[in-house]
Design a protein around this ligand. Sequence first.
Ligand code: COA
Length: 156
Amino acid sequence: MNAGFVLNPLRAVDLDRASRLHREAFLAMGEPGWTRQDIAGLLASPGVAAFLLTESNVDVGMAICRTAADEAELLAIAVDPAHRRRGAARLLLGAVIDRVRGDGARTLFLEVGADNPGALKLYNSLGFETVGRRTAYYMRGDGPAADAFVMRLDFT
Ligand SMILES: CC(C)(COP(=O)(O)OP(=O)(O)OC[C@H]1O[C@@H](n2cnc3c(N)ncnc32)[C@H](O)[C@@H]1OP(=O)(O)O)[C@@H](O)C(=O)NCCC(=O)NCCS
């Protein structure tokens, strides 16, 4: 972890920053990324929590999750390409896990591209298990669609 990272709740005034982070993080995968309206819609829906990670006032990453009763879902996690492999996603996921547990979740689900080995390694290292596969789930620009793995983490 980097001692310079600062974690804050993602607020309505941060929508453009969050959208930029999401767009630039997913660009290489041929995904358009979320608009500020996409993110605003999520923030306004029940059970949603979101985080913005910065360092020296520079945007590093964001994460959004939703809790409904005892189940939660990681809706997005994105780290700026210039700040990868420095523990930002691990920190954001830790915040997500603390938050959804506090909100009453006993399980955290997520979906991840089968063509995304870095993210798969991250989730496996945190104890997520693969529990399903969705065929041709993610559009990848002009290329073939990618399958998604459904993963879950059960809290003890
Ligand atoms: C996946 C993503 C969020 C990881 O962010 P990050 O801040 O670089 O991840 P961290 O530095 O916290 O990595 C923690 C661990 O995850 C694994 N990991 C993360 N990215 C990896 C990569 N590209 N290749 C291999 N392992 C990787 C490693 O085990 C890493 O630990 P290490 O650096 O000590 O080896 C980031 O690459 C990203 O935003 N990608 C595009 C969006 C995306 O794929 N989101 C997830 C979709 S479900």
